[in-house]
Design a binder for this molecule. Structure first.
Ligand SMILES: [Zn+2]
Length: 178
């Protein structure tokens, strides 16, 4: 098990679209394990592969800190099948430390994916887990919460983003320690 470096805004991998996983190899399973460990260490509730420098269509989620009845889940090649309703809630992101803002999303979603063992499953979700999953699927499509912010909010965080961007670019060049 290894802790992976979390990529910050400005690191180009965060803008890449993830590619489908055809084969669930030992490497993929190792990556899932490492992503869970990295997410827990960072006290996040979700993590997408791009956030640790990979471009596989893979994310992990554990919203138990916010919803004790949920369980830790890995989603490989997740697809949103349907959406319904709308809700607005504050979101943050491990790749954008210090930045939170309102994001409007569908309130309920249906999703299909493979689990860590390659078994296909479908789930209907709402509440915090639906929100977190949509946030992570956005990452797989190269989309960050700032794209959901309104113009006023984007203006407010411009300075913070510029700082993070420098950090992300240094990461891309391999110039950071952690
Ligand atoms: Zn995020």
């Amino acid at each position: 098990m290894a802790l992976l470096e979390i990529k910050k805004f400005g690191c180009p991998v965060l803008r890449q679209k993830a590619t489908l996983i055809c084969d669930i190899t030992d490497e993929v399973q190792q990556l899932i394990e490492d992503m869970f460990a990295t997410m827990y260490a960072a006290e996040g509730v979700g993590l997408a592969a791009q956030q640790v420098g990979f471009t596989e269509r893979l994310l992990v989620l554990d919203v138990r800190p916010r919803d004790p009845l949920s369980e830790p889940l890995a989603f490989i090649n997740p697809e949103i099948l349907w959406t319904e309703g709308e809700c607005i809630g504050e979101e943050g992101c491990l790749s954008l430390p210090g930045i939170v803002g309102d994001v409007r999303r569908p309130a309920q979603i249906g999703v299909r994916a493979l689990d860590g063992n390659g078994r296909e499953f479908e789930m209907d979700l709402d509440g915090i887990v639906a929100k977190a999953l949509q946030h992570e699927i956005d990452h797989l499509n190269g989309v960050l919460i700032v794209e959901h912010f309104n113009a006023i909010k984007r203006n407010l965080v411009r300075g913070q983003l510029r700082k993070l961007q420098r950090e992300g670019k240094r990461q891309a060049l391999g110039l950071t320690y952690k």
